[in-house]
Write a protein that binds this ligand. Structure first.
Ligand code: GAR
Length: 195
């Protein structure tokens, strides 16, 4: 089995979708769920499932991203992951950290990349009058939300949608998409998943 570490910052619903899929004949297994926020609800959920968890709080490091990343790297390396999945991990990573895991790190982003990199993607899609929106899983490269796209799921924007309405419908698709991409990626299949 490929060893998968998942990095979260919040509720961890994508992490749970990945973990639930990694069973039986799946080519990968979760070996660590780590968060920059010790209070992230997802950490307790992962622990309840018997998965090793770690908190590497970014706050004591202040603006020193490299020192935070060194601590995170040290913790990750102890788990010997083959693949790292960012799942609602809300810290920007420096090129130094990314190059350490390049080709082995995935992220899920709540937009149809290359549209709407960064934050507030649902509000921006509504504001722009887009007919559709969605989510993307991509390989992490030094360019923020800019690496090769390995999968996308589309969601129609309905009249009157608030950003929260849209986020909730996109999240349902995230939970379908990310596990499908990881199953392929774990066996070296990088053909995009299009939902
Ligand atoms: C998800 O919608 C994910 O796409 C988004 O945060 C949410 C995390 O939810 N990620 C980003 O915005 C990354 N910049 P979760 O903790 O329930 O998986």
């Amino acid at each position: 089995h490929k060893r998968v570490a998942i990095l979260i910052s919040g509720g961890g619903s994508n992490m749970l979708a990945l973990v639930r899929d990694m069973a039986g004949d799946h080519p990968a297994r979760p070996v660590l769920v780590a968060s920059n926020d010790p209070e992230a609800a997802g950490l307790a959920r992962a622990a309840d499932l018997g998965i090793e968890t770690a908190a590497v709080d970014h706050r004591p490091f202040g603006k020193d991203r490299a020192a935070f990343e060194a601590a995170l790297t040290e913790r990750l390396e102890r788990a010997r992951p083959d693949i790292i999945c960012l799942a609602g991990f809300m810290r920007i990573l420096t090129p130094g950290f990314i190059s350490r895991w390049e080709g082995r790190m995935l992220n899920i982003h709540p937009s149809l990349l290359p549209k709407y990199r960064g934050l507030h993607t649902h509000a921006r899609a509504i504001e722009a009058g887009d007919a559709e929106h969605g989510c993307s899983v991509h390989e992490v490269t030094a360019e923020l939300d800019g690496g090769p796209v390995l999968g996308q799921a589309r969601v129609r924007i309905e009249a009157g949608d608030t950003p929260d309405d849209l986020a909730a419908r996109v999240l349902v698709q995230e939970h379908r998409l990310y596990p499908m991409v990881l199953r392929r990626f774990a066996v070296g299949d990088r053909r995009p998943v299009l939902l």
